[in-house]
Each structure stands twice: as structure tokens, then as C-alpha cells.
Design a protein around this ligand. Structure first.
Ligand SMILES: NC(=O)c1ccc[n+]([C@@H]2O[C@H](COP(=O)([O-])OP(=O)(O)OC[C@H]3O[C@@H](n4cnc5c(N)ncnc54)[C@H](OP(=O)(O)O)[C@@H]3O)[C@@H](O)[C@H]2O)c1
Length: 322
């Protein structure tokens, strides 16, 4: 019998239990996957805490790579033995085996390893839609990205550099500043001791930035609006420090700002949308964007991985191995 990490009640890392599961045959349209590597993402923390409510008891996790082991009726997009990855869809990635909708699977090219894919798909697809769809970054623009040494952060810093943008990144420590710089961040601001908004205005000679990508939320929202240029866009895509407060529309008027709250769900709602960003990510990796796996845990030790992520002690990507 396969094992999975399930939660019975929302809570801290200790809420995650390593349990045997019973796996039914794949339903029509589904495949059974033998999972190989699971990607750790901040969304897993929100699920565990109950911020993104799940049906309980239930499994968590939104990203893994694996091999197709069995096909449900009507599946013709993959074959038994195919290497695949997935992001989002029904939660349940923290498992040795699971059933999953075939339509959402991403075939893995031979030059992308299982570990690489699990470390980068959710974070890299996010990077891809943020800078190619949400706010299309042009060469020569200067952009602000919060938590630049994190999982999404290290991928996006490199990608933005390849586009020809100047990257300002906030980070929680001097060590993280060094890491972010090594991956293409031009200016780092240690926002735990510096006023990042003032620093951004100084770097941009009072102009502000046309876009702020903010996955930190509560502690960065206000300063982010302050350092946006006229007609700038505040992209709130996460809430590692807590959710930002609701923005009164009138607060946007002085600089005619735009505010958006994008998600990977809508950006991977169809197979075409998913494969478009996946192929862009694979091309970026082939072009030199590196995916750093800086932390590894066995899947059954996922609680330790969550503790590390929440205590801000990780950089780059973390994988959970089976
Ligand atoms: N909307 C979407 O489609 C989407 C998809 C993927 C990820 N996300 C969001 O993107 C963000 C980054 O995700 P990730 O998986 O790559 O995580 P991550 O950036 O590797 O980890 C989160 C980072 O946030 C920073 N942070 C600031 N205040 C924090 C606090 N109070 N508690 C914990 N961390 C804090 C820390 O970096 P410093 O120490 O440098 O401050 C920490 O390392 C998350 O908010 C996630 O939810 C959104």
C-alpha cells in the first residue's frame, strides 16, 4: 500500500501525518502515477494551515513528477511509462502514488530531470506567467521583486536578466542578498532592516518602478504602492507574511495605479495555457536559467521542510524525495 502525507485538522507542521492510503483504479480521464519527486511550495503551507481550505481528512501538495502506471478509460494524451510532471489540480502531491487528471499532465522532455522538474515547475510556471502575461517586462525596465532569494525568486531574477531588465530584489538577510546577486539580481535591499520603498526611489532616481511583484503580502504591500511609478502595476501573487489588506480603489488615484491578484490556477486552466508556459520555462532552462535545489528532504519528513520554509531559512527550491 502506498503512503501519503495527510492532514486531519489544519495546524502547524505536526498536523501532517504519514499514512497508508488506498488507491482506487484511475477513473475515466485519470491516470495512476508512481510519484518520484515532490516539489515544496509555499502554497503547501497555506493548505496545511487551513488558509486554502481542503476537504479533510485529505492530502496536500500541488506539484510532483512521476511515471504513468495505469490509464483510466478515455485517456489518449499519455501512455503507460511516460515521464510527466504536474502543477495544481486536485491537492495530493505528497504521496508515493496517486490518481491525477491526464489532461493536466505535462510531458517531461528528456533533457529535464525528474528532480529539476519537481523543483521548478510550479515556481517556474509562475515566473513565466508573471513576467510574460501579467506584466510583460520589456528590456531596459527596472522591476522590484520581493523575496528574491526564494524559490520563485531565484528563477525570476535570472529570467528577468535574460530579458534585459534591471532587477531590484528584497531579501531577509545579507546571505540571501549574496545569493540573489549571484542569480542576476542587480540591487538587493535587506528589507528586514532597510526601508525598501525609500531604497527603490533612490535606485530609480525618484522615478519608482513600473511593476512590483509581491509574494510577501502583509509586510510589503504598503511600501510597494509607495515605490510604484505613475501608471505602475502592483502584482500581489502571494502572502508569505500574511494577506495584504483590501486596497481602497481611491488609493490608486494619485498615481493611476493598477492592482492585480493573479494565480497559477487561471493561468493553467486549459492544456494550451499550461503547455505554453511550460514550454517557455523549458526554453528558459535550456537558455541558461538554473534551478537550484538547495534543500532536500525525504517525503515523510515534510514537516521539517515546512519548518525550514516558514522560518525563512531556505533559498531557491526544496524537493521532497520518495
Ligand atoms: N499566485 C501564484 O500563482 C503563486 C504561485 C507560486 C507561488 N506563489 C507565492 O509566491 C511566494 C513565493 O513562493 P515560494 O514557494 O517560492 O516561497 P519562497 O519565496 O521560497 O519562500 C517564502 C519567502 O518569503 C519571505 N518572507 C517574508 N516574510 C515572511 C514571513 N513572515 N514568513 C515566511 N516567509 C517570509 C522569505 O524570504 P526572505 O527571508 O528573503 O524575506 C521566504 O524565504 C509565496 O507567497 C507563494 O504563495 C504564488
Amino acid at each position: 500500500m502506498p503512503h501519503a502525507i495527510t492532514i486531519h485538522q489544519p495546524g502547524g507542521p505536526e498536523a501532517m501525518r504519514w499514512e497508508e492510503i488506498t488507491l482506487a483504479d484511475p477513473a475515466p480521464g485519470e491516470v495512476r502515477l508512481k510519484q518520484i519527486v515532490v516539489g515544496l511550495n509555499y502554497i503547501d503551507v497555506y493548505q496545511r494551515m487551513g488558509k486554502y481550505p481542503l476537504e479533510l481528512p485529505g492530502p496536500i501538495g500541488m506539484e510532483a513528477t512521476g511515471v504513468v502506471e495505469a490509464l483510466g478509460d478515455g485517456v489518449d494524451t499519455v501512455n503507460v511509462g511516460d515521464r510527466v510532471g504536474y502543477v495544481m489540480g486536485p491537492p495530493g502531491a505528497y504521496a508515493e502514488a496517486r490518481n491525477y487528471p491526464a489532461e493536466r499532465l505535462i510531458p517531461l522532455p528528456d533533457d529535464i530531470t525528474d528532480e529539476q522538474a519537481a523543483a521548478m515547475m510550479l515556481k517556474g510556471l509562475t515566473a513565466a506567467y508573471l513576467i510574460r502575461r501579467t506584466f510583460v517586462v520589456e528590456p531596459g525596465q527596472t522591476v522590484l521583486f520581493h523575496a528574491a532569494a526564494g524559490g520563485v525568486g531565484l528563477i525570476i531574477c535570472q529570467w528577468l536578466k535574460r530579458i534585459g531588465a534591471t532587477v531590484i530584489g528584497t531579501v531577509g538577510s545579507d546571505e540571501k542578498a549574496e545569493t540573489a546577486k549571484a542569480y542576476g539580481c542587480d540591487h538587493t535591499i535587506v528589507y528586514t532592516r532597510e526601508n525598501f520603498s525609500e531604497a527603490v526611489m533612490e535606485i530609480t532616481q525618484g522615478q519608482g518602478v513600473p511593476v512590483v511583484y509581491d509574494g510577501v503580502g502583509a509586510t510589503t504591500y504598503e511600501g510597494s504602492l509607495e515605490c510604484l511609478a505613475r501608471f505602475g502595476m502592483y502584482v500581489s501573487f502571494g502572502a508569505a507574511s500574511g494577506a495584504p489588506p483590501p486596497v481602497p480603489v481611491s488609493a490608486l488615484a494619485p498615481k493611476a495605479l493598477y492592482v492585480t491578484r493573479p494565480g497559477l490556477g487561471p493561468h493553467t486552466a486549459t492544456r494550451e495555457l499550461t503547455l505554453e508556459v511550460a514550454n517557455a520555462l523549458f526554453d528558459a532552462v535550456r537558455g541558461g536559467v538554473k534551478v537550484e535545489i538547495n534543500q532536500r528532504y525525504a517525503l515523510q519528513d515534510a514537516a521539517d521542510a515546512h519548518r525550514a520554509l516558514e522560518s525563512r531559512s531556505t533559498t531557491g527550491s526544496t524537493i521532497l524525495t520518495i
